[in-house]
Design a binder for this molecule. Structure first.
Ligand SMILES: [Zn+2]
Length: 316
């Protein structure tokens, strides 16, 4: 099973060779498409959605996380690293995808918009699996960045969109008026979505929601409480003590449904649901588009989530 390291080495060598070219002519890989327009890179789907809505008529937005890929642990190949190196504007979220953080730090030569600098992220809640650690031990491995999943609050996504638009207007002043007009349209849609959530989640029989990974904290502003089987990242395994606590909570609150999600493995959530004889539902953290997304976009996925929550929690 020993695999040759050659492709990776070759990739690194190729990047080294490209470096002067990148500096000299900007677009040796042709990854940006249009040739003359600015090159924009967005690191995962909700940021790509914003970039497309604001700038898509004038630039080709390159996305680093392909549909169907779990975005937390994205790895970058040489093309994607080169895309960051050659981008006029990179839109990303520091603390969410470590490979992107590193590539931006080491390779980005154009403008950068870090959504984590624009939006005030919620403090990360205690992740399951860390019971019994001292505060010091916990602080040592807890990201200082906070809960990254801010795009689930449409208002916060609007704030990130505004910062992106201002930077876009600097990078490409000729089209600044278009970018600002597109931003106004986008913000109107996001405000409508926020209003629909507010109204749609009023008067629910239940306010507790059990989900597979701790991605939904930003929806708590609508009056719900989210309890996660796993941590902020879907690959953090829950401890037996945490699972027992969740079971108690489910019995006490009368929760009917355990939600898993489209891209991360639902095994743990399924086991819990079948142990307790509950329904399973799907709630999408909108970290990426599903591979077969068809016409789905940020707004339609968020609305599907709203309907699923209303149904599970008996909202009228
Ligand atoms: Zn997540």
């Amino acid at each position: 099973m020993k695999k040759s390291p050659a492709p990776r080495l070759r990739a690194v060598a190729a990047l080294a060779l490209l470096a002067p070219l990148l500096a000299a002519c900007g677009d040796p890989l042709g990854g940006g498409g249009t040739g003359t327009g600015p090159r924009v890179v967005a690191s995962f789907y909700p940021l790509e959605y914003v970039a497309e809505r604001v700038a898509g008529e004038h630039v080709e937005v390159e996305q680093l996380t392909a549909p169907g890929v779990e975005s937390h642990d994205l790895e970058l190949n040489v093309e994607k690293t080169a895309a960051i190196a050659g981008a006029d504007l990179t839109f990303y979220l520091r603390g969410y995808q470590p490979a992107v953080d590193e590539a931006v730090e080491q390779n980005a030569s154009g403008s950068v918009v870090d959504a984590a600098e624009v939006v005030s992220l919620h403090a990360a809640e205690e992740e399951p699996g860390h019971e019994g650690e001292s505060a010091e031990e916990h602080a040592a491995h807890e990201g200082e960045a906070g809960d990254p999943h801010f795009w689930l609050d449409p208002v916060l996504l609007g704030e990130a969109a505004t910062a992106f638009t201002e930077q876009m207007a600097e990078v490409d002043p000729d089209h600044a008026a278009d970018y600002r007009a597109n931003l106004a349209d986008l913000r109107a849609d996001l405000e409508q979505l926020d209003a629909d959530y507010r109204e749609g989640l009023t008067g629910c029989e239940l306010d507790t929601v059990v989900v597979s990974h701790d991605a939904f904290g930003y929806l708590e502003k609508y009056g719900l409480t989210f309890e996660a089987v796993a941590g902020l990242s879907p690959d953090v395994e829950p401890s037996p003590a945490h699972l027992a606590e969740l079971e108690d909570l489910i019995r006490e609150t009368g929760v009917t449904t355990v939600f898993s999600e489209t891209l991360a493995s639902p095994a743990m959530a399924r086991t819990l649901a079948s142990d307790l004889d509950l329904e399973t539902g799907v709630l999408d953290p909108v970290e990426g588009l599903p591979a077969d997304s068809g016409q789905e976009d940020y707004l339609s996925l968020m609305r599907a989530n709203l309907r699923a929550l209303q149904q599970a929690n008996g909202c009228r």
